[in-house]
Design a protein around this ligand. Structure first.
Ligand SMILES: [Mg+2]
Length: 359
């Protein structure tokens, strides 16, 4: 199949601040496979706080060559096609994996969820994410505008534990939504031991995500052991602790079993849908919960992740809602936190009119 790729930088509706830093734009890489059934698409997100550059992703995709995937006319062997993806940066592999899954569904003329035998109606609601505010008055107004949604995810990790608690308290006072709290690696074990019970006491906390540091200042990944220490020091009956940055591979799921209650599965971390399904299976084998999440990305990546939502307890798939304008048409419909999966073959995204690249 004819293969092409392109990096696109997307402007966000408003600057997005998390504990790792602030972004006004985010870049994703797209893969396109021209199949007999039309173009198939994949996407992978460049994440500013993960250890690869745009050059890493494009150099990898440049090396893929102009023909990739099953030969037209031959039976579509998805497993063989996925196995031919070379080792490399996970977001770039993700773009290839998604394009192959999209091509597979188009060849079979079925949506991906149908080929997997999943119920498209059995979806948890998706959270809507509020980033760390610069201004509390603006935050109140933002909260009031989304207070009707079923689940809000609050980014904390301001650098001040009391301020983090205050943001959640402020939200709790203005909405009945279930609240997910994402610290994005901001707290020490001692801080988390103090903060998590205080958050729980506010009520209606759905989960607390990535409380602990992921990397030390010298770039070394922190140990799973810190999570186990935190677990030992927390009382029972708290909201589940979900690991996000701490889970980059299956060995992390194994290492965090018994310490984290669940994992945030993202295609950009697992290198696509096949790896995500393996991570979900591994988490379930340990009795862990599953949140299907996304990065800031278009409907291509978010829709692919949404096809996994019937397998998850929680979903956080508002990545495309955060973009200034939709780069892609079709795909999963996000309406007031409720998701509707497409009934078109493959991923069900149309991408750009006439199939050309966006500017
Ligand atoms: Mg997270």
């Amino acid at each position: 199949m004819q293969f092409m790729h392109r990096a696109v930088t997307h402007r966000l509706r408003s600057p997005f601040r998390v504990a790792h830093g602030v972004s006004a734009t985010r870049t994703t890489v797209f893969a396109r496979l021209d199949t007999p059934d039309g173009p198939a698409w994949g996407e992978g997100a460049l994440v500013p706080y993960y250890p690869y550059t745009l050059n890493d992703l494009t150099a990898y995709l440049d090396g893929i060559g102009e023909t990739f995937g099953p030969k037209p006319g031959a039976p579509f062997d998805l497993d063989a096609a996925l196995a031919a993806i070379p080792d490399g940066p996970a977001p770039a592999r993700c773009a290839l994996d998604l394009a192959l899954h999209d091509a597979w569904g188009k060849a079979a003329e079925q949506p991906l969820w149908s080929l997997w035998g999943l119920d498209p109606k059995a979806l948890p609601p998706s959270s809507f994410t509020l980033s760390i505010p610069d201004d509390l008055d603006a935050y109140r107004a933002e909260l009031d505008a989304v207070a009707h949604l079923p689940v809000l995810k609050l980014k904390v990790g301001t650098g001040d534990a009391d301020q983090d608690i205050e943001l959640v308290r402020l939200a709790r006072g203005r909405t009945d939504a279930a609240l997910g709290v994402d610290a994005n690696s901001a707290w020490t074990v001692d801080e988390a031991v103090r903060i998590v019970p205080e958050l729980a006491a506010l009520g209606g906390i759905l989960y607390v995500e990535q409380p602990l540091a992921w990397r030390t200042p010298d770039g070394l990944r922190t140990s799973h052991e810190a999570w186990h220490r935190l677990r030992e020091r927390l009382p029972d009956g708290l909201p589940p602790l979900l690991a996000d940055e701490a889970v980059q591979g299956l060995d992390d799921v194994d290492g965090l079993a018994g310490a984290a209650d669940g994992v945030n599965v993202k295609l950009t971390k697992t290198g696509g849908l096949a790896g995500a399904r393996r991570m979900i299976d591994r988490a379930r084998a340990h009795g862990m919960q599953v949140l299907v999440g996304c990065m800031v990305e278009t409907a291509v990546g978010v829709t692919a992740a949404a096809h996994l939502a019937p397998l998850a307890d929680f979903a956080d798939l508002d990545g495309a809602v955060l973009l200034d304008r939709p780069a892609v048409t079709g795909g999963m419909v996000w309406h007031n936190g409720r998701m509707t999966l497409p009934h078109h073959p493959g991923l069900g995204v149309f991408t750009w009119d006439s199939g050309v690249w966006p500017s």
